[in-house]
Ligand binder design. Structure first.
Ligand SMILES: NC(=O)c1ccc[n+]([C@@H]2O[C@H](COP(=O)([O-])OP(=O)(O)OC[C@H]3O[C@@H](n4cnc5c(N)ncnc54)[C@H](OP(=O)(O)O)[C@@H]3O)[C@@H](O)[C@H]2O)c1
Length: 293
């Protein structure tokens, strides 16, 4: 069950202590750091701080803004990556960059247009993972998910991305696209102690894919999650925060997490997950907080 590679190494990097984050194995043999930085409404400074702290996995999308709404997330990530690569201390292959295909690019021949725009924004030659952001395409044209997935396979075969996956898909939709011969490496979904996604996680384990949890500490949908008495109680026992409980809950279930934080203290806290473990009973207690099936 716990098949992440626990190789917790603290290394000295750029004069700061950068944490090496354990990897999660994907169905194509690639490894992804199990904790990534969610980059929706992010600041440039947060991306810089995150990389300094040891974040090597960044999750963005073609339509994400910066927190001041004055720029695109992909553009500022590209700027920071360019600066970081110039130092020579971090190479392209040290980073795991994820972005997403938006609904107005769902036609097979438009997928390549979408990923090329993303690559230009990021200043990269390839992505590590490209996701179909939502199963539904923009109105008025309704494009089937299999047509879109065929376009995703095209960009994979053209080496514009090293892996392809989906977001906000259900089990039937994953079954349908997998018939084309490429199983998505992940399904990125809303997942936190109030939406624990037990059936979808069981499906993912059985069907050789993974879950990535977005809004893992509640996001805007569950702004009071971190005040939940059970999470606060568990946090108190381990002398950690409720956010760390929510994130460790996912990591111990082999779920990839992409918390977003602009605050330096939170960025640090969200990586500091590997010196404690939740008990089986605590995992069960958190699962019992589920509000949605
Ligand atoms: N595929 C999809 O459809 C989809 C949908 C939504 C999100 N996402 C992805 O998932 C990422 C994360 O989701 P999200 O941004 O909705 O929600 P989230 O990561 O659960 O929550 C982010 C909020 O929590 C705060 N926070 C972060 N760490 C904290 C900590 N340790 N203690 C207390 N508060 C903390 C942040 O504050 P500050 O920023 O002020 O520091 C921010 O307000 C997004 O950035 C995006 O990459 C994907």
């Amino acid at each position: 069950m716990y098949n992440i590679f626990i190789t917790l190494i603290v290394c000295v990097f750029c004069g700061t202590q950068a944490t090496k984050i354990p990897d999660r194995l994907l169905n194509n043999g690639m490894k992804i750091p199990i904790v990534g930085l969610g980059a929706m409404d992010i600041t440039e400074q947060a991306v810089r701080d995150a990389i300094d702290l040891g974040y090597r996995h960044i999750d963005t999308s073609h339509n994400y803004h910066t927190s001041d709404k004055k720029n695109w997330s992909e553009i500022i990530i590209g700027k920071v990556l360019n600066d970081v690569f110039k130092t020579g201390k971090i190479r392209r292959q040290d980073m795991f960059i994820v972005s997403k295909l938006e609904a107005d690019y769902h036609q097979r021949q438009r997928v390549v247009v979408g990923i090329k725009e993303t690559l230009t924004n990021l200043g990269l030659d390839y992505l590590d993972m490209y996701l179909v952001h939502h199963p539904n395409s923009s109105a008025p044209v309704n494009i089937s998910i299999t047509e879109t997935w065929q376009g995703m396979i095209d960009v994979l075969q053209a080496n514009l991305t090293r892996s392809i996956g989906v977001s906000n898909f259900n089990e039937q939709q994953i079954d349908e696209i997998s018939k084309l011969g490429v199983i998505p490496v992940t399904n990125q979904v809303l997942c936190n102690p109030y939406v624990v996604q037990k059936p979808l996680l069981a499906y993912s384990d059985k069907h050789y894919t993974t879950l990535t949890a977005y809004s893992p500490i509640g996001g805007s949908r569950y702004p009071n999650l971190l005040k939940d008495p059970k999470l606060v109680e568990i946090a108190g026992k381990h002398k950690i925060t409720a956010a760390q409980v929510a994130l460790k809950f996912q990591v111990q279930r082999d779920v990839i997490v992409i918390p977003k934080a602009n605050t330096l203290k939170y960025l640090k806290e969200n990586l500091d997950l590997f010196s404690f473990s939740l008990t089986d009973q605590e995992i069960k207690d958190i699962e019992a907080l589920n509000k949605r099936n």
